[in-house]
Design a protein around this ligand. Sequence first.
Ligand SMILES: Nc1nc2c(c(=O)[nH]1)N[C@H]1C(S)=C(S)[C@@H](COP(=O)(O)OP(=O)(O)OC[C@H]3O[C@@H](n4cnc5c(=O)[nH]c(N)nc54)[C@H](O)[C@@H]3O)O[C@H]1N2
Ligand SMILES: Nc1nc2c(c(=O)[nH]1)N[C@H]1C(S)=C(S)[C@@H](COP(=O)(O)OP(=O)(O)OC[C@H]3O[C@@H](n4cnc5c(=O)[nH]c(N)nc54)[C@H](O)[C@@H]3O)O[C@H]1N2
Ligand code: SF4
Ligand SMILES: [Mo]
Length: 745
Amino acid sequence: MPLSPQASAPTKAYRTCSLCEAACGLEITVADGVPTGVRGDADDVLSQGFLCPKGASIHGLHLDPDRIREPLAKQPDGSFRAVSWEEAFALADRLITPVIAEHGRDAVATYVGNPSGHDLSAALYHRSFHRALGSRRLFTVGTVDQLPKSLSCALMFGTSMAVPVPDVDRAEHVMILGANPVISQGSMVMAPNLRGRLKAVLERGGKLVVIDPRRTRTAQVASEHHFIRPGTDAFLLAGMVHTLLEEGLARPGRLADHLAGLDELAEFAARFPPERAAAACGVAADEIRRLARELAQAERAVLYGRIGTTTQRFGSAASWLIDVVNVLTGNLDAPGGAMFTRPVAGGATATDAGFGRGVEIGRWRSAVRGAPEVLGELPVAVLPEEITQGGEDRVRALFQFAGNPVLSNPDGAAVDHALGQLDVMIAHDFYLNETTRHADVIFPATSPLERSVYPIYVYPTAIRNVANYSPPVLPLSPGRPPDWQVVLRLAAIVRGEGPDADPAAIDDEIVRRAAERATRDPDSPLHGRDVDAVLDELAPRTGPERLLDLKLRSGPYGTSLDALQASPHGLDFGALEPRIPGILRTPSGKIELAPPLLVAEGERMEAEADELAAAATVLVGRRELRSINSWMHNVENLAGGKRRCTLIMHPTDARAAGVGDGDLARVASRVGAVEIHVELSEDIMQGVVSAPHGWGHEREGTQNRVAVRAPGVNVNRLTDPARLDPLSGTAVLNGIPVTVTPAVA
Ligand SMILES: Nc1nc2c(c(=O)[nH]1)N[C@H]1C(S)=C(S)[C@@H](COP(=O)(O)OP(=O)(O)OC[C@H]3O[C@@H](n4cnc5c(=O)[nH]c(N)nc54)[C@H](O)[C@@H]3O)O[C@H]1N2
Ligand SMILES: Nc1nc2c(c(=O)[nH]1)N[C@H]1C(S)=C(S)[C@@H](COP(=O)(O)OP(=O)(O)OC[C@H]3O[C@@H](n4cnc5c(=O)[nH]c(N)nc54)[C@H](O)[C@@H]3O)O[C@H]1N2
Ligand code: SF4
Ligand SMILES: [Mo]
């Protein structure tokens, strides 16, 4: 068939996948302005051609007819009407300005969800938005995710950004707690094809140990797997620390001069001999000793923990003890151990200050239960009560950026109800879903192919010092503002400048402030330069590109956006190198091995050990290859197939509960109940059941025609907002006491 005269040859674009933390390089084929296919970019600096089914379907997200492309305004009858951008901003101004005027800035809250962490505009401008809002009510997905780790790192190393990364490519012994990277592709570590990298450890004669209440896909490739009772990792780790100290195996090596708190740590560990730890966690005492000895004896070993160790009862303590074990075994800050990245775009950990101010927590509290602020935010678990029970101090309005708290936060039914009680809700998202249906105005985010990508939040945990910038694959349709302009126009509105303020003027202010900081910083390559001259060099770029260029130029390698644009597969600035003491930001200039707040958790561990052991059945979470949290469920390519939202249960437990494979079971907790299909498996520990979160798309008033067909329930109807890791305010999502009975048909 002859080609039509307009048809042009397909072109290829290279870009970093923004769906998860692996940040793989993609090669996207575009024909006549339409993305037609995705492959792994074989030349990508880190992923070298690897990709997963989600990345391979990223164009399906772009093409999804249900994705919102125009602003939507809620009608009196609850339905939505498409409106112009000008109308949408005018409406947002009309709704929000009186709330601020009458009730003050704290009456307005912000919720920032996970995809913000993968988006350059969000990373660079959300902070400006929240500063402009001037409210103490900031809620982020961190308190259903990594905040315990951020906090333990802040207390030990002085900044929440100093998160040690498993240097898997050089390790010969890797121990993983509460993570399933074969499916999740790794988190708080950017290591595309982590499965391949872990297999390479085994192929070079090394060892992989997995500790998880379920024999996961990662456990299946491991040399060794141990079941653990959910919520008890801190006990296991305390028992390991006890062993290392008691048997004289603690050899911190060159870190010895940089440690504070060894005596206090020893006092803490003395309370948890392996026998005591074993009684709580279910791993035998001899095994605990052996796990500790093997880590100490291996030449290059690393302990890594993720969501199963953070979103649980002792999340902060477990996160702390993981790094304590890495220190004591001589593996922190050593090749093949747990190392620190030196991010190309600078940031809190780029320079070698060697000391700092550390962190302070509890600077303010939530209105209803008095939950303390941690690292600038309040626990998402308190958001519903802050809306419905805060009286005069209640949250009356909410800005929601890229989050789906109805499906992702504890007690989803309460979240759903509370969002319905708000006076005003403004959303920035590209779906009309369980959460955004509550909004008065929805501003559509651009599709992932219509924007540039530089995963600035992910790079600080990359396993090499790499950088890759991708320009938009496709242009925005005429008249559509890019995301950064939407965020800054909302910032202008909350600053009281009205709906028509020029976002470019705010952007100029932001970049000038950033340039002033960079020219004042003695460690910056721009130190001492004239601010106006620096700004001239950044022209004519604006928006995220200009800010990124500034960060690259003032960053530790003094590179530039031009240099990155000339290298579409990315640039590699080398393997991770030892950073201690330079990376430390503690007032003492030492690694704090025994921060008092964390040591005090020992008492709570002792007090709650019996209660932990008493629960007959507890629920844990899991992830699945074709999902990303609550979304990507509306992409046709990824939908269908075997039922995915099931309750995995041990056959012995199922028999006792009177349910069989494929049966519908009723699962109930203190806060709610769901009916879910049972999937029998010998690969789960007895007394534990597992179900994925992010499902249950059947609500009215949404517009996700593919997702609603997928059977599933919102397991967060079972998670309990009263249960937090109290130090970090992070919700306990793993280890929820439940009962399982046959569903009444
Ligand atoms: N029970 C249980 N609950 C959990 C977890 C668990 O393991 N168990 N895991 C928790 C974890 S780790 C996380 S990260 C959270 C996730 O929690 P959230 O971040 O609250 O929710 P997501 O499901 O990621 O929803 C993301 C939303 O952003 C929209 N979106 C996607 N991309 C963009 C974009 O580029 N811009 C904008 N503006 N919007 C976008 C999507 O349409 C969707 O509405 O869930 C948590 N909840
Ligand atoms: N395909 C896919 N990839 C994803 C996501 C997704 O939804 N789908 N989500 C992304 C996000 S936002 C994140 S944060 C990451 C998370 O990445 P991971 O941390 O790797 O997440 P999971 O696969 O949920 O693995 C958590 C494991 O912890 C176990 N576990 C539960 N409770 C405990 C406990 O008390 N102790 C121990 N030791 N283990 C426990 C669970 O059985 C489970 O196997 O994944 C990211 N990648
Ligand atoms: S592993 Fe993550 S970054 Fe890589 S293609 Fe899949 S979703 Fe994208
Ligand atoms: Mo997450």
